[in-house]
Write a protein that binds this ligand. Structure first.
Ligand code: AMP
Length: 414
């Protein structure tokens, strides 16, 4: 099978790594990729938002499957011309991707499907926003309606800051605050059958102790030893399957990866948000535990034959990933610095380094090229071991201004 992966981040590197280990994959390509992906796949400098260019590349390569990693190309409708050309695509079309592209649309689908989520108002004026904030009280949750790479959400006790964020966005969703720990649960679906993966937890805030601004994600781990028994089945029955059914009944079937961000609140499980693609950095730890070869699963989702698949097989081991980010991330990341120690981090075979914002320099060196730079990942007998191995990898790597959290999976590993 010839597979083309679209995207440039550590999520795509994780996908490429798993696909490169699948004996069914004869050729692996990625567009546009990054310096790390180039080690496991042939990379092609194609604009990932340009559906015609991606389709032309897939045709030229004779791709049997295209896997679209990030949300932006999905929301831009890159899947449509591929499907029109008869090429199997893992990832939803533009309409179904609105589940992620518009928080208001997601709320609508959830209401229609009876999926438990925070109560909310969609607001377009400062007066509406103020009324909604006062209706719920502090802590205030204000979400940009559109895509914001995980950075469009402000959770604050400060009413003025909440109003300021609302004013900076065209349309916002203001909702009730959900207490309780967060869980990310991914499911692969062909629009009818829903196959949940193993739960993971990510760390959205920039600094230790969940302080600092929201980011795309600073680390993740799986499994969750503290999660209630039966959580996956409950979420499948009350969230994932009803959502997939509702989208099919609307005439916009969702195939690809449905990501439920959940809060386990004192009043039960609630959806915080949906994403229409693999989450980054949770993918790094979920795929590290997947034993079933990945390509066949993604192809079955693309072809509508997931129901015929054997149950997925998982490693009992634990996985931890730690994100190394540039100085200034998330507000204004600096780029262009040389990264040292990549080989040393992987030398013992205990950790592997997935690249996010990296590019190759003129002399073959690896340079920082984005906010999140690397995702240092390790598997171990338990979370404590996986964590120790991942942080040992991090300790080998340096670049100017590098920052990472030191408490990824620390509490769960205790
Ligand atoms: P989102 O982009 O919707 O996942 O939001 C980013 C982060 O903001 C989430 O991972 C939560 O930590 C936080 N958040 C979002 N919505 C709520 C809510 N209703 N209550 C509490 N925290 C929230």
């Amino acid at each position: 099978m010839k597979v083309l992966v679209i995207g440039t981040g550590a999520r795509e590197h994780a996908l490429c790594r798993s696909l490169s280990q699948d004996p069914a994959v004869s050729e692996l390509h990625c567009a546009p990729g990054n310096a790390g992906i180039a080690r496991v796949a042939a990379v092609h400098p194609v604009d990932q938002l340009d559906g015609a260019a991606v389709t032309a590349l897939a045709r030229e390569l004779g791709a049997d499957l295209v896997v679209v990693g990030p949300e932006a190309p999905l929301v831009a409708g890159v899947a449509e011309p591929l499907r029109a050309a008869g090429i199997p695509v893992f990832g939803p079309g533009r309409e179904a991707a609105r589940l992620e592209g518009s928080k208001a649309f997601a709320k609508d689908v959830m209401a229609a499907a009876g999926v438990p989520t925070a109560r909310s108002y969609v607001c377009t004026t400062p007066e509406e926003a103020a009324a909604a904030l006062d209706a719920f009280g502090a802590p205030y949750v204000v979400k940009d309606d559109g895509l914001a790479a995980g950075k469009g959400v402000v959770v604050t006790e400060d009413r003025a800051a909440a109003l300021e964020h609302a004013a900076a966005c065209d349309r916002v969703v203001i909702e009730e605050y959900l207490d309780g720990p967060e869980v990310s649960l991914f499911a692969i679906t062909d629009g009818t059958t829903v196959l949940p993966l193993v739960p993971a937890q990510d760390f959205k805030r920039a600094l230790d102790g969940d302080r600092g601004p929201n980011t795309g994600g600073m680390g993740a781990y799986s499994p969750l030893p503290w999660a209630p028994e039966g959580l996956v089945q409950e979420v499948l029955d009350t969230v994932l399957q009803p959502t997939v059914d509702a989208l099919r009944h609307r005439g916009t079937p969702f195939s690809g990866l449905l990501y439920a961000g959940l809060a386990l609140t004192s009043r039960g499980t609630r959806v915080i948000e949906f994403n229409a693609r693999f989450g980054d950095p949770e993918t790094q730890v979920v795929l590290a535990r997947l034993r079933t070869p990945l390509a066949g699963v993604l192809l079955a989702a693309a072809n509508g034959t997931l129901g015929e698949l054997e149950p997925l097989r998982w490693s009992e081991e634990a996985a931890v990933t730690v994100v190394m980010a540039s100085e200034g991330y998330p507000a204004s990341p600096r780029t262009g610095d040389a990264i040292e120690g990549l080989a040393a981090a992987e030398a013992g075979g205990d950790a592997f380094v997935l690249h996010a914002g990296t590019r190759s320099g003129p002399a073959g060196e690896v340079l920082t090229a984005g906010g999140r730079v690397l995702s240092v990942t390790a598997v171990g007998a338990d979370l404590a071991e996986a964590r120790a191995k991942a942080y040992a990898g991090v300790a080998e790597i340096s670049f100017k201004g590098a920052q990472h959290r030191t408490d990824i999976a620390a509490e769960a590993a205790r």
